[in-house]
Design a protein around this ligand. Structure first.
Ligand code: SIN
Length: 295
């Protein structure tokens, strides 16, 4: 097995079969995932059961509330776009599930059907997004929390949900409307690495806790712009057999919507995470709720 650090964020993994991981391969993947926040694993032939078994090594599986599910495996969410569909899933910078009280650890996306060209997924590192800021701004952010929500995206009156319901890709908006909006630290102590990571995102963060939306917007917009401008974006070109496993606490991703008229179908399994703690200035590593490969 070869693990090669990517320019920007993540590591590419080749020469391994995820269905038959040895203990040392599992440990190497675990450590690369904690440090890099993104594994791109090439040349796999995972069945749905294999996909779920690999995901279960990392924690319990979250059954998505809003996405259409695989007809035979409720824990596999279908991230698909049909030729006549205009809007895609995940078509802007975001991290999944920050609207949950306990946000998911990450997701494992398996390519099933790809367009001839386009349909890349882009990634940036939230470790680097924080590292790139001035000491003064870091100090301000470390003391802040932010309110996140699903309502304006997946709720009944959200334009995105209404559009996606027309093509039967998303549903159950009442569940989003019933969620209470959680408050998370703006800089989290990453549960696996202990490193500080910026934890706000353009899709689901509403405002800083105790600030109005109008007061929050300029600083949030600055952070969103800086997060992408200050680092090299990793642009994942999918091939049959490619798998992406990203950490929601350490990365953002962005599914490109540049293949209109073609079908793209991905299977996504999401792994549950742990409550997020603020970064207090002292890196401290606690691999909570992380059973790890091989266990
Ligand atoms: C997502 O945001 O989960 C979708 C990513 C993709 O389809 O590339």
């Amino acid at each position: 097995m070869k693990i090669t650090e990517l320019e920007g964020v993540g590591a590419e993994v080749t020469g391994v079969d995820l269905r038959q991981l040895t203990t040392s391969q599992g440990a190497a993947l675990e450590s690369a995932f904690a440090e890099q926040g993104l594994l791109i694993i090439r040349d796999q032939t995972l069945s749905e059961r294999d996909h779920l078994a690999f995901a279960a090594r990392w924690g319990s599986i979250n059954t998505n509330r809003f996405f259409k599910a695989h007809p035979d495996f409720a824990e596999i969410a279908l991230v698909g776009k049909e030729p006549d569909q205009v809007v895609n899933i995940g078509g802007d910078w975001h991290t999944d599930h920050s609207y949950d009280e306990i946000p998911a650890l990450g997701s494992i996306l398996v390519a099933k059907e790809l367009p001839d060209v386009g349909g890349e997924t882009w990634f940036v590192s939230m470790y680097r997004a924080f590292e790139g800021l001035s000491d003064g701004l870091k100090k301000l952010l470390v003391g802040l929390s932010a309110v996140h929500s699903a309502k304006h995206v997946f709720g009944g009156s959200a334009p995105y949900m209404q559009e996606m319901q027309k093509v039967a890709r998303l549903g159950r908006p009442e569940l989003a409307d019933a969620l209470s909006d959680p408050v998370h630290p703006v800089v989290v102590r990453h549960p696996l690495s202990g490193r500080p990571a910026l934890y706000v995102n353009p899709a689901f963060t509403l405002r800083f806790d105790g600030w109005t939306e109008a007061e929050s917007k300029p600083l949030l917009d600055y952070l969103y712009e800086a997060a992408v401008a200050q680092q090299k974006v990793y642009r994942l070109v999918w091939h049959p057999g490619t798998i992406a496993f990203w950490d929601n606490r350490a990365t953002w991703h962005f599914a490109q919507n540049d293949y209109h008229g073609q079908r793209r179908m991905m299977h996504r399994v999401t792994v549950e995470g742990v409550p997020l703690e603020p970064f207090t200035g002292r890196p401290h590593k606690t691999p909570v709720n992380h059973r790890g490969p091989g266990d």
